[in-house]
Design a protein around this ligand. Structure first.
Ligand SMILES: C[S@@+](CC[C@H](N)C(=O)[O-])C[C@H]1O[C@@H](n2cnc3c(N)ncnc32)[C@H](O)[C@@H]1O
Length: 284
């Protein structure tokens, strides 16, 4: 979401933008409390639309890492999950946590948004795979030290927080020594382009090095959606500073023949540059 244009008017359905009174985009600082408030507002307002649009792609009890369609069942980035205590950070409707439960893991699914967690609870009842749900922000995890064997996140929380270094430190704290932390975010180079899946999304619009947050605002200038950019080296620095070891970086390629258009992700852009970065880390 890096367009600097005005948010277009929406007519038929009531969109999250309409509900929140979003009138435009500002490029300005946004601290941790403001970012967290905006994320809660946004994901509460957008939960129904998000699931109507992406529900089929993410599945009810699937673990899909990214719009490129990489599945944990094929990638095995988390290792053997059977019997492991797994924390999912920014779970949304929790399809990944339900997949983990079906594999014999003991997941806990955490999200900031009550509306997302209501979908998670309904899908838990509908699929018969209920997982423990916790409403909290990723910068302050409400768990004891060393209480998980594995932590994971598929585009949950990390791109939306003002202080991702705190998320890294919190995850390191709640992991037991030897525990694994794997998280997927939009590939940092995407920041240079507008969020357009078509040809307009192929032109560089801003500097990769510009960390000024993308902030959508209401008529009073209050943030209604915030996204924070970090470069690859920023992400690696945060991981290392939290005392974690980076074991690998996965840049999934767009699979030949995959026609899905998922927000800014598309076959056109996917053939040319990466859309997702997955960091594979462990606590030593
Ligand atoms: C793009 S969705 C991804 C969710 C899930 N992985 C999926 O594929 O449906 C991002 C999720 O991160 C959550 N989130 C955003 N900021 C958060 C924060 N600071 N702490 C915890 N969750 C957060 C949102 O509420 C939303 O459910």
């Amino acid at each position: 979401m890096t367009d600097t244009a005005k948010i277009p008017d929406v007519s038929a359905d009531v969109s999250a933008e309409e509900r929140l009174g979003t009138v435009g985009v500002a490029r300005r600082a946004a601290g941790a409390p403001e970012s967290e408030r905006a994320s809660r507002l946004w994901w509460d307002a957008d939960a129904d639309d998000y699931l109507a649009e992406h529900g089929r792609d993410i599945g009810e009890s699937e673990f899909v890492w990214c719009p490129e369609g990489l599945r944990e069942a094929d990638a095995g980035l988390l290792g053997d999950v059977r019997g492991r205590r797994v924390l999912e950070v920014g779970c949304g409707s929790a399809p990944c946590a339900r997949w983990l439960a079906a594999q014999g893991a003991h997941p806990v699914a955490l999200d900031l948004s009550g509306a997302m967690l209501r979908h998670a609870a309904a899908l838990g009842a509908g699929t018969g795979i209920s997982v423990p749900l916790v409403q909290a922000g990723a910068e302050r995890l409400p768990f004891a030290d060393a209480s998980f064997d594995i932590a994971c996140s598929a585009f949950g929380a990390v791109p939306f927080v003002a202080e991702p270094e705190r998320v890294m430190r919190e995850v390191a704290r709640v992991l037991r020594p030897g525990g694994r932390w794997v998280f997927a975010v939009n590939h940092p180079m995407r920041w240079m382009f507008s969020d357009d899946p078509g040809p307009d999304g192929l032109t560089v619009r801003q500097s990769y090095f510009d960390r000024t947050p993308y902030v959508e605002v209401d008529a009073d200038g209050r943030a209604t959606y915030v996204e924070h950019h970090r470069t690859l080296s920023d992400r690696i620095r945060d991981i290392v500073a939290a005392g974690l070891v980076l074991d690998g970086l996965v840049e999934p390629e767009w699979p030949e023949g995959r026609e899905t258009v998922w927000g800014q992700w598309s076959p056109l852009r996917g053939a040319l540059f990466p859309g997702t970065a997955i960091f594979v880390c462990h606590r030593p």
